[in-house]
Design a protein around this ligand. Structure first.
Ligand SMILES: Nc1nc2c(ncn2[C@@H]2O[C@H](COP(=O)(O)OP(=O)(O)O)[C@@H](O)[C@H]2O)c(=O)[nH]1
Ligand SMILES: [Mg+2]
Length: 293
Protein backbone atom coordinates (compact mmCIF):
# COMPACT_ATOMS: atom_id res chain seq x y z
CA UNK A 1 0.00 0.00 0.00
CA UNK A 2 2.54 2.53 1.14
CA UNK A 3 4.67 1.88 -1.93
CA UNK A 4 2.71 4.32 -4.08
CA UNK A 5 3.10 7.24 -1.74
CA UNK A 6 5.05 10.04 -3.34
CA UNK A 7 6.35 11.63 -0.18
CA UNK A 8 9.84 13.10 -0.45
CA UNK A 9 12.31 10.41 0.51
CA UNK A 10 13.32 10.46 4.12
CA UNK A 11 16.61 8.64 3.53
CA UNK A 12 19.17 10.82 1.80
CA UNK A 13 21.68 8.99 -0.38
CA UNK A 14 24.61 10.49 1.45
CA UNK A 15 25.15 11.99 4.87
CA UNK A 16 24.95 15.77 4.49
CA UNK A 17 27.35 16.33 7.38
CA UNK A 18 30.38 14.12 7.63
CA UNK A 19 30.50 12.48 11.00
CA UNK A 20 32.84 9.84 12.36
CA UNK A 21 30.81 7.48 14.55
CA UNK A 22 34.02 5.93 15.90
CA UNK A 23 35.42 9.10 17.43
CA UNK A 24 33.97 8.63 20.92
CA UNK A 25 37.22 7.63 22.59
CA UNK A 26 39.20 10.38 20.86
CA UNK A 27 36.62 12.99 21.86
CA UNK A 28 36.47 11.78 25.43
CA UNK A 29 40.27 11.67 25.76
CA UNK A 30 40.61 15.16 24.39
CA UNK A 31 37.92 16.57 26.66
CA UNK A 32 39.46 14.89 29.71
CA UNK A 33 42.77 16.64 29.00
CA UNK A 34 41.23 19.99 28.22
CA UNK A 35 42.43 23.04 30.15
CA UNK A 36 40.89 26.50 29.71
CA UNK A 37 43.18 28.69 27.62
CA UNK A 38 42.78 31.57 30.07
CA UNK A 39 44.71 30.73 33.27
CA UNK A 40 42.41 32.93 35.38
CA UNK A 41 39.52 30.60 34.71
CA UNK A 42 39.20 27.56 36.93
CA UNK A 43 36.13 26.24 35.17
CA UNK A 44 34.30 27.04 31.99
CA UNK A 45 30.64 27.64 32.65
CA UNK A 46 27.99 26.75 30.12
CA UNK A 47 24.39 27.86 30.47
CA UNK A 48 21.51 25.77 29.17
CA UNK A 49 18.28 27.55 28.21
CA UNK A 50 15.12 26.55 26.40
CA UNK A 51 11.46 25.77 26.68
CA UNK A 52 10.03 23.72 29.51
CA UNK A 53 10.12 20.08 28.46
CA UNK A 54 12.65 20.69 25.68
CA UNK A 55 15.11 18.29 27.31
CA UNK A 56 17.53 20.62 29.14
CA UNK A 57 17.88 18.47 32.25
CA UNK A 58 18.04 15.31 30.13
CA UNK A 59 20.84 16.85 28.05
CA UNK A 60 22.84 17.66 31.19
CA UNK A 61 22.27 14.11 32.46
CA UNK A 62 23.35 12.76 29.08
CA UNK A 63 26.63 14.72 29.15
CA UNK A 64 27.28 13.49 32.70
CA UNK A 65 26.41 9.92 31.65
CA UNK A 66 28.62 9.96 28.55
CA UNK A 67 31.62 10.87 30.72
CA UNK A 68 30.78 8.43 33.49
CA UNK A 69 30.03 5.50 31.21
CA UNK A 70 26.82 4.86 33.09
CA UNK A 71 23.43 6.52 33.35
CA UNK A 72 23.53 9.50 35.70
CA UNK A 73 20.37 11.23 36.85
CA UNK A 74 21.70 14.22 38.72
CA UNK A 75 19.74 16.93 36.97
CA UNK A 76 16.13 16.21 37.77
CA UNK A 77 14.37 15.55 34.51
CA UNK A 78 10.63 15.89 34.59
CA UNK A 79 9.15 12.49 33.99
CA UNK A 80 5.58 13.29 34.92
CA UNK A 81 4.58 14.63 31.48
CA UNK A 82 1.63 16.37 33.12
CA UNK A 83 3.44 19.48 34.25
CA UNK A 84 4.36 20.57 30.77
CA UNK A 85 3.15 24.10 31.29
CA UNK A 86 5.08 24.67 34.48
CA UNK A 87 8.81 24.76 34.85
CA UNK A 88 10.19 21.95 36.99
CA UNK A 89 13.56 23.56 37.54
CA UNK A 90 13.01 26.71 39.55
CA UNK A 91 16.36 27.10 41.27
CA UNK A 92 19.66 27.77 39.61
CA UNK A 93 21.59 24.52 39.71
CA UNK A 94 25.13 24.00 38.54
CA UNK A 95 26.56 20.61 37.62
CA UNK A 96 30.25 19.78 37.56
CA UNK A 97 31.32 17.41 34.82
CA UNK A 98 33.32 14.49 36.15
CA UNK A 99 35.14 11.62 34.56
CA UNK A 100 35.53 8.76 36.97
CA UNK A 101 36.58 10.49 40.19
CA UNK A 102 38.24 13.47 38.50
CA UNK A 103 36.51 16.83 38.29
CA UNK A 104 36.83 18.31 34.81
CA UNK A 105 37.04 22.12 34.48
CA UNK A 106 33.51 22.42 33.09
CA UNK A 107 30.22 23.33 34.68
CA UNK A 108 26.74 23.34 33.22
CA UNK A 109 23.94 25.48 34.65
CA UNK A 110 20.34 24.39 34.46
CA UNK A 111 17.93 27.27 34.71
CA UNK A 112 14.22 27.67 34.80
CA UNK A 113 12.60 26.81 31.49
CA UNK A 114 11.14 29.50 29.35
CA UNK A 115 7.39 29.63 29.67
CA UNK A 116 5.33 30.31 26.57
CA UNK A 117 3.42 33.18 28.11
CA UNK A 118 3.41 36.74 26.90
CA UNK A 119 6.87 38.14 26.37
CA UNK A 120 7.81 38.94 29.93
CA UNK A 121 11.05 40.82 30.20
CA UNK A 122 11.67 39.31 33.63
CA UNK A 123 12.60 35.81 32.42
CA UNK A 124 14.92 37.26 29.85
CA UNK A 125 16.55 39.55 32.40
CA UNK A 126 17.08 36.61 34.75
CA UNK A 127 18.74 34.59 32.01
CA UNK A 128 20.96 37.46 30.95
CA UNK A 129 21.92 38.11 34.60
CA UNK A 130 22.79 34.45 34.99
CA UNK A 131 24.98 34.55 31.89
CA UNK A 132 26.89 37.50 33.32
CA UNK A 133 27.44 35.64 36.59
CA UNK A 134 25.21 37.82 38.75
CA UNK A 135 22.96 35.00 39.95
CA UNK A 136 24.31 32.74 42.70
CA UNK A 137 23.80 29.01 42.95
CA UNK A 138 20.49 28.04 44.53
CA UNK A 139 18.64 31.23 43.62
CA UNK A 140 14.94 30.54 43.27
CA UNK A 141 13.56 32.22 40.19
CA UNK A 142 10.51 34.40 40.86
CA UNK A 143 7.94 36.10 38.68
CA UNK A 144 10.01 39.26 38.77
CA UNK A 145 13.70 39.47 37.91
CA UNK A 146 16.46 39.30 40.53
CA UNK A 147 17.41 42.68 42.00
CA UNK A 148 20.90 43.79 42.99
CA UNK A 149 20.02 43.84 46.72
CA UNK A 150 19.05 40.16 46.71
CA UNK A 151 21.28 37.90 48.82
CA UNK A 152 21.74 35.70 45.76
CA UNK A 153 22.94 38.61 43.62
CA UNK A 154 26.66 38.53 42.90
CA UNK A 155 27.93 42.09 42.44
CA UNK A 156 31.40 41.14 41.25
CA UNK A 157 31.32 37.96 39.21
CA UNK A 158 34.66 36.31 38.44
CA UNK A 159 35.43 34.83 35.03
CA UNK A 160 34.49 31.44 36.43
CA UNK A 161 31.05 32.74 37.48
CA UNK A 162 30.21 33.89 33.97
CA UNK A 163 28.89 31.69 31.20
CA UNK A 164 30.96 31.64 28.03
CA UNK A 165 28.52 29.76 25.87
CA UNK A 166 24.74 29.65 25.87
CA UNK A 167 23.16 26.43 24.70
CA UNK A 168 19.56 26.50 23.55
CA UNK A 169 17.91 23.13 23.79
CA UNK A 170 15.11 22.91 21.25
CA UNK A 171 12.76 19.94 20.91
CA UNK A 172 12.92 18.73 17.29
CA UNK A 173 9.23 17.84 17.42
CA UNK A 174 7.84 21.19 18.37
CA UNK A 175 10.08 23.61 16.53
CA UNK A 176 7.86 26.30 15.11
CA UNK A 177 4.71 24.25 14.98
CA UNK A 178 2.58 26.24 17.35
CA UNK A 179 2.00 29.79 18.44
CA UNK A 180 3.66 28.84 21.74
CA UNK A 181 6.85 27.99 19.93
CA UNK A 182 6.81 31.25 18.09
CA UNK A 183 6.79 33.02 21.46
CA UNK A 184 9.67 30.88 22.67
CA UNK A 185 11.78 31.48 19.58
CA UNK A 186 11.03 35.17 19.91
CA UNK A 187 12.34 35.01 23.49
CA UNK A 188 15.48 33.25 22.34
CA UNK A 189 15.93 35.94 19.75
CA UNK A 190 15.62 38.64 22.42
CA UNK A 191 18.22 36.91 24.60
CA UNK A 192 20.48 36.68 21.57
CA UNK A 193 20.09 40.38 20.92
CA UNK A 194 21.05 41.22 24.49
CA UNK A 195 24.14 39.07 24.67
CA UNK A 196 25.50 39.05 21.15
CA UNK A 197 27.05 42.50 21.57
CA UNK A 198 29.41 40.83 24.00
CA UNK A 199 30.14 38.05 21.56
CA UNK A 200 28.97 35.20 23.79
CA UNK A 201 28.76 32.19 21.49
CA UNK A 202 25.49 30.38 21.11
CA UNK A 203 24.86 26.81 20.17
CA UNK A 204 21.60 24.93 19.57
CA UNK A 205 21.16 21.38 20.74
CA UNK A 206 18.20 19.91 18.88
CA UNK A 207 16.85 17.18 21.15
CA UNK A 208 14.53 14.21 20.71
CA UNK A 209 15.66 13.39 17.16
CA UNK A 210 14.48 9.84 17.89
CA UNK A 211 10.90 11.03 18.26
CA UNK A 212 11.07 13.26 15.19
CA UNK A 213 12.04 10.54 12.71
CA UNK A 214 11.20 6.81 12.76
CA UNK A 215 14.31 6.23 10.65
CA UNK A 216 16.48 7.79 13.35
CA UNK A 217 14.57 6.10 16.14
CA UNK A 218 15.42 2.80 14.55
CA UNK A 219 19.08 3.71 13.95
CA UNK A 220 20.61 6.84 15.43
CA UNK A 221 23.44 6.64 12.89
CA UNK A 222 20.93 7.77 10.24
CA UNK A 223 20.62 11.19 11.86
CA UNK A 224 22.64 12.95 9.13
CA UNK A 225 20.87 11.03 6.39
CA UNK A 226 17.38 11.93 7.54
CA UNK A 227 15.60 14.53 5.47
CA UNK A 228 13.22 15.29 8.36
CA UNK A 229 16.11 16.09 10.71
CA UNK A 230 17.89 18.20 8.09
CA UNK A 231 14.73 20.22 7.45
CA UNK A 232 14.13 20.71 11.16
CA UNK A 233 17.66 21.93 11.69
CA UNK A 234 17.27 24.38 8.82
CA UNK A 235 14.06 25.64 10.39
CA UNK A 236 15.85 26.04 13.74
CA UNK A 237 18.62 27.95 12.07
CA UNK A 238 16.24 30.30 10.27
CA UNK A 239 13.91 30.97 13.19
CA UNK A 240 16.49 31.44 15.93
CA UNK A 241 19.16 32.91 13.68
CA UNK A 242 22.01 30.52 14.53
CA UNK A 243 24.09 29.09 11.65
CA UNK A 244 23.70 25.39 10.79
CA UNK A 245 27.31 24.77 11.85
CA UNK A 246 26.26 25.64 15.42
CA UNK A 247 23.32 23.24 15.55
CA UNK A 248 23.76 19.72 16.90
CA UNK A 249 21.10 17.04 16.79
CA UNK A 250 21.06 14.73 19.82
CA UNK A 251 19.12 11.96 21.40
CA UNK A 252 19.22 12.31 25.16
CA UNK A 253 19.21 9.48 27.62
CA UNK A 254 15.78 9.56 29.17
CA UNK A 255 14.58 6.04 29.94
CA UNK A 256 17.64 3.86 29.28
CA UNK A 257 19.49 1.83 31.88
CA UNK A 258 22.76 1.57 29.96
CA UNK A 259 24.81 4.03 27.93
CA UNK A 260 25.38 3.41 24.23
CA UNK A 261 28.24 4.51 21.96
CA UNK A 262 26.07 6.14 19.28
CA UNK A 263 24.16 8.25 21.81
CA UNK A 264 27.43 9.11 23.59
CA UNK A 265 29.28 10.21 20.47
CA UNK A 266 26.56 12.66 19.38
CA UNK A 267 26.36 14.09 22.90
CA UNK A 268 30.15 14.37 23.26
CA UNK A 269 30.49 15.99 19.84
CA UNK A 270 27.90 18.61 20.76
CA UNK A 271 29.63 19.21 24.10
CA UNK A 272 33.05 19.41 22.45
CA UNK A 273 31.82 22.12 20.10
CA UNK A 274 30.16 23.99 22.96
CA UNK A 275 33.46 24.01 24.86
CA UNK A 276 35.51 25.03 21.85
CA UNK A 277 33.17 27.97 21.27
CA UNK A 278 33.38 28.95 24.93
CA UNK A 279 37.15 28.62 25.05
CA UNK A 280 37.61 30.62 21.84
CA UNK A 281 35.59 33.38 23.47
CA UNK A 282 37.83 33.24 26.56
CA UNK A 283 40.91 33.42 24.37
CA UNK A 284 39.71 36.49 22.55
CA UNK A 285 39.60 38.09 25.96
CA UNK A 286 36.68 40.41 25.28
CA UNK A 287 35.56 39.66 28.80
CA UNK A 288 38.83 40.55 30.44
CA UNK A 289 38.77 43.95 28.86
CA UNK A 290 35.24 44.72 29.87
CA UNK A 291 35.75 43.40 33.41
CA UNK A 292 39.03 45.14 34.12
CA UNK A 293 38.05 48.60 33.02
N1 LIG B 1 12.44 10.38 23.26
C1 LIG B 1 13.16 11.34 23.88
N2 LIG B 1 12.66 11.90 25.01
C2 LIG B 1 13.40 12.88 25.61
C3 LIG B 1 14.65 13.32 25.09
N3 LIG B 1 15.12 14.31 25.89
C4 LIG B 1 14.20 14.47 26.88
N4 LIG B 1 13.15 13.62 26.73
C5 LIG B 1 11.94 13.54 27.57
O1 LIG B 1 11.30 14.82 27.51
C6 LIG B 1 10.74 15.18 28.76
C7 LIG B 1 11.28 16.54 29.24
O2 LIG B 1 12.67 16.45 29.46
P1 LIG B 1 13.43 17.36 30.56
O3 LIG B 1 14.86 17.02 30.46
O4 LIG B 1 12.78 17.27 31.91
O5 LIG B 1 13.15 18.83 29.96
P2 LIG B 1 13.47 20.27 30.60
O6 LIG B 1 12.18 20.80 31.16
O7 LIG B 1 13.92 21.11 29.43
O8 LIG B 1 14.55 20.12 31.63
C8 LIG B 1 11.07 14.04 29.71
O9 LIG B 1 9.93 13.20 29.77
C9 LIG B 1 12.24 13.33 29.04
O10 LIG B 1 12.27 11.96 29.37
C10 LIG B 1 15.13 12.71 23.86
O11 LIG B 1 16.20 13.05 23.31
N5 LIG B 1 14.34 11.72 23.31
MG1 LIG C 1 14.58 20.70 33.69
Amino acid sequence: MGAKESKPTEVLDEAWRSFDWRQKKALKDRLEKFTPSNPDVTNIKILVAGQIGAGKSSFINSVLSAFQGEIVNEALADTSQSTKSHSFTTRLRTYRIRSGDADLPFEICDIKGLEPDELSESQIDDIVNTIYGHVKEGYKFEDKPITSDDEHYNQNPSLSDQAFCVVYVIDANTIHLSAEDKIITEKLRLIRQKISDNGIPQVIVMSKVDEASPLVKNDLKMVYRSNIIKKKMELCSATVGVPMSKIFPVKNYHNEINTNDDVDVLILKAFDQILRSADAELRHGAYNECKQQ
